[in-house]
Write a protein that binds this ligand. Structure first.
Ligand code: G1P
Length: 891
């Protein structure tokens, strides 16, 4: 069972973590070191797809692979014991030997493993990656004699150094080992391959990798720098030959070995530990430009004071970054939410690629990830968000589609990681969701008129044509007629994303599914598929854009300068799908000049509203399904054969959660329909034993005319798992519609399952999905974390910006309040540290209380107009260096 160590912080403990499979924990920093560690220090470490220090692992390698960080100790001159539990002997004894107790303690970016050997030696292995940014992973090992007699120990590390691209794990693994140039230094083993292997053109390699070990006053005795020497003939990394040899042959410093798989095999002198005495060693895995500087950095951490200081700094740094504290009546929820709030930071560092389940992609982030991460940032660290939004809009093409992969520097975009021409039809609607939240949180309407560039590559006309005149020299920017990068306002980018989508419809008048929508696995209905689900969200966005334009107009802006091509897109009255397609083609294929003209805001508002109404009307009229059993809900898709996807079928009822989430969130479903949707979802999709609402019912068909998801086994990933992101968005949509109790059911089923280690088998946090047996998979790197944060704070706690003011609309249930009838939330707003307390003295249920009084720092707060918000200017008046208590009374 996971135990939280205190009410105040996020750290937790777990006994015998090694008895659970597929567990891994992230250790990283913002300069790009990305490690993963398992309960016996398997996992890997890398700084990019092309620079893996340890051999890359997928989830299946976690138990099958023999390469891990291993630390062997010869106790009293007898056989060697693995301090990480990674020895063939230890494995076989694990289940029978009570004394081999293993315990884990972990907090943000640190992982501490304690093991007790039968012979009375205790090892405590602390691993972390320093937040100060050095390109290293640090391990501190404390060995303690817990017997009453003196004990001799001899420590040997065995850490395989892969030192190359993940691609070479299968492709030319042996050949690339021939490139290795291995050297021993005073403290360790360095590897600098001569080349970075790529048959399209090999490059000279500049990356140096190293493993170093030492103590403040002790250097290693010698080295075994290759795997081959270490394992010996017939041995393995779990039963290494060399350790059976009393007189190990070691290399000294300054030796070289070429063309072998490298190993951080570092051997220390035999020491005598008195009873109760302990000894501390440090090991560093590092990346550098040259071995000298790398070793210097490593040696700095061998100083005990420096080690402790860096660990402390790292822990504090991440605690400060995760600057939201939840204090409801449920301590486990409060702790769990801390870990969820930490996850968006992990996704920004790892992208979607570099933890064991995430064995795809090559780094970088996807379009959706980018905008989702901004949601969390807006709440936890909003200072750079404005710039980030502007940079991100630079990824939009003039045809309303966008680059799909985002590189490492701001504004760096790549068309597709596999160079496949693909259009995800939902992409155009996420930027506005985030921008609209940004505007509400900050009141910064001006961002709409701020200008930024457009992305341009060979792909044009929404992926249907190639621009043969495209010139890579322009660094993927769209140029105007004068040869300058064309800049258009954020509003223009948003309008283009929505209006092009409006015309990109299939034969039923809903937007075409194209490459897929949010559900990446609906990828086989390119020609005739339609996504009703996302059409409803585009329509909703159009209404919301119109609302923002009204606000802009009320501030005195009557006209805006926009790309002339919008004249065509803003036209009204074109309802016929084939005419719509033709109009879109005309827009996309028109010669781009960069000419802008003035548009009347009123006319844009009218056009958006009538287009949104048209889309919603079509859905309401044609997509509501009524089954014979009396259940009803919205159909959200058309397949490539042009048929409705959901409803009553011979093989059973077909229902998809996504279709309901977006028709609810977009207010396409009216109140009565909402009640019916909830009923149908409860009957067809809800399974309390695996965390709540599944993504779909079992279609019992491999639908080749819709997507790969139907090839997946049912109950897994996009085919019917409890897919956290969609489940959370369902909760969000229900809160939005004021269904507090039903929304809480969604969130709490998911949370209760994930936080129950015996069921979910994951460390605290939200995984991408929960499989048919209840295990959480693809832990940590999931957009659902940002959405959970957003849902809990802005909907459940109801704390959000309203055109820059701080508004309170709590939907907290009575059962969520503590025994003192209070709930607290610490969060930042305009850089002020706010400590909010909701007081529900009479313990009323959500929906039956309202805000009666607000006080700030014990002074009653009155703003003259609304009782449920604090004006921006009043927040800005608060001292940024102090904490401020806001008490909101509910009665
Ligand atoms: C993942 C992808 C996301 C996609 C989703 C459904 O979700 O990252 O882009 O929309 O699968 O296919 P996540 O891991 O963010 O929960």
């Amino acid at each position: 069972m996971i135990r939280y160590n205190s009410k105040e912080d996020e750290t937790f403990s777990l006994n015998h973590p090694e008895l659970t499979s597929y567990l891994y924990f992230p250790l990283a920093n913002e300069n790009g070191v990305m490690s993963s560690v398992t309960p016996n220090l398997s996992g890997d470490s890398k700084i990019s797809q092309n620079a893996f220090l340890m051999p890359p692992v997928s989830s299946e390698n976690l138990h099958n692979d023999k390469s891990s960080r291993n630390f062997w100790v010869r106790i009293n001159g007898s056989s060697f014991w693995s301090a990480t539990g990674k020895s063939s002997k230890a494995q076989s004894e694990l289940f029978t030997d009570e004394k081999e107790a293993t315990a884990l303690e972990a907090g943000f970016m640190y992982h501490k493993l304690t093991r007790v050997s039968k012979l009375g030696l205790t090892s405590e292995i602390m691993s972390f990656v320093p937040s100060s940014g050095e390109m290293v992973e640090i391990t501190g090992i404390t060995l303690k004699n817990t017997t009453e007699k003196p004990m001799t120990i001899e420590l040997v590390s065995a850490i395989p150094v892969f030192g190359r691209s993940a691609d070479n794990i299968r492709d030319h693994r042996h050949v690339t080992s021939l490139l290795n140039r291995i050297e021993t230094t005073e403290y360790g083993v360095t590897v600098k391959p001569t080349m970075s292997f790529d048959e399209r053109g090999h490059h000279q390699n500049t990356q140096v990798y190293g493993v170093f070990g030492g103590r403040e006053d002790e250097k290693p005795r010698g080295f075994i720098p290759t795997v081959e020497e270490f394992i010996g003939e017939g041995g393995s990394l779990e039963n290494p030959g060399i350790l059976g040899d009393q007189s190990m042959t070691l290399l000294g410093a300054g030796e070289t070995a070429e063309g072998y798989e490298a190993l951080g095999g570092i051997v220390f002198n035999v020491r005598i530990l008195k009873p109760g005495e302990s000894i501390f060693y440090t090991f560093i895995l590092g990346y550098g430009e040259n071995k000298e500087d790398l070793e210097k950095t490593a040696v700095r951490f061998m100083n005990r004071k420096m080690f402790d200081q860096s660990l402390e700094e790292t822990r504090n740094c991440w605690r400060e970054k995760v600057n939201i504290t939840y204090a409801t009546g449920d301590d486990v929820f409060n702790h769990w939410m801390k870990w969820v709030s930490f996850q968006p930071f992990l996704r920004r560092i790892y992208g979607c690629s570099f933890l064991p389940h995430h064995d795809y992609g090559k780094g970088g982030r996807g379009w959706r990830d980018l905008w989702q991460d901004c949601l969390a940032l807006l709440i936890m660290d909003p200072k750079d968000v404005r710039k980030m939004l502007l940079d991100n809009y630079g990824g939009v093409r003039i045809d309303g589609t966008n680059a799909t992969i985002i590189g490492f520097s701001p504004g760096e975009f790549i068309a597709d990681r596999n160079n496949i021409t693909r259009v995800w039809m939902d992409h155009g609607m996420w930027p506005f969701l985030t921008t609209s939240l940004y505007i509400q949180q900050t009141g910064d309407l001006d961002i709409l008129t701020e200008e930024t560039t457009y992305f341009h590559d060979m792909q044009i006309s929404r992926g249907e044509e190639k621009d043969l005149r495209w010139n890579p020299i322009n660094r993927n920017r769209l140029m105007d007629q004068t040869g300058q990068p064309y800049r258009g306002s954020v509003l223009e980018h948003i309008l283009i994303e929505h209006l092009t989508a409006f015309y990109d419809v299939g034969e039923h008048g809903h937007m075409r599914l194209r490459g897929a929508d949010w559900n990446d696995a609906l990828d086989m209905a390119r020609e005739n598929g339609e996504s009703v689900a996302f059409t409803s969200m585009y329509a909703y966005n159009m209404e919301e854009i119109a609302e923002l334009l009204k606000a802009l107009k009320s501030k005195g802006t009557d006209e805006v300068l926009l790309h002339k091509g919008l004249l065509l897109l803003l036209k009204d009255g074109e309802r016929n799908p084939s005419f719509k397609k033709k109009l879109l083609k005309d827009y996309c294929m028109a010669e781009f000049t960069g000419e802008k003209i003035s548009f009347d805001i009123e006319e844009i508002i009218n056009s958006l509203e009538s287009k949104a109404a048209e889309l919603k009307e079509n859905i309401r009229k044609n997509e509501w399904i009524e089954c014979e059993s009396g259940l009803s809900w919205y159909n959200g898709y058309y397949d490539n054969s042009g048929n409705k996807v959901e409803g009553d079928f011979l093989s059973g009822k077909r229902m998809m959660l996504t279709s309901q989430v977006f028709t609810v969130m977009s207010h396409t479903a009216d109140g009565e329909e909402l009640t019916k949707i909830i009923k149908a979802a409860d009957e067809l999709l809800y399974d309390a034993s695996i965390g709540g609402y599944k993504l779909n019912t079992n279609f019992n068909e491999v639908k080749m005319d819709l997507g790969r998801m139907f090839g997946f086994a049912y109950g897994h990933k996009e085919n019917g798992a409890v897919f956290s992101h969609m489940a959370v968005m369902y909760g969000y949509a229900l809160y939005k519609r004021g269904k507090s109790e039903e929304a809480f059911k969604v969130i709490s089923s998911l949370y209760s399952h994930c936080s129950d280690f015996e069921k979910s088998r994951i460390y605290p946090g939200i995984p991408e999905y929960i499989d048919a047996k209840g295990r959480g998979l693809y832990h940590y790197l999931t957009g659902s974390a940002s959405w959970m944060l957003l849902t809990v704070i802005t909907q459940m706690f109801g704390v959000s910006g309203k055109m820059g003011d701080l508004s309170f609309r709590p939907q907290l249930l009575r059962e969520q309040f503590g025994r003192d009838h209070k709930i607290h939330l610490d969060f930042p707003f305009y850089d002020r540290k706010l400590k909010l307390t909701y007081v529900n003295e009479s313990m009323l249920e959500a929906g039956s209380y309202k805000i009666t009084k607000i006080s700030i720092d014990d002074e009653p707060y009155i703003n003259g107009t609304s009782v449920d918000l604090i004006r921006k200017e009043d927040i800005l008046r608060l001292d940024p260096d102090k904490e401020h208590h806001i008490v909101v009374e509910l009665s």
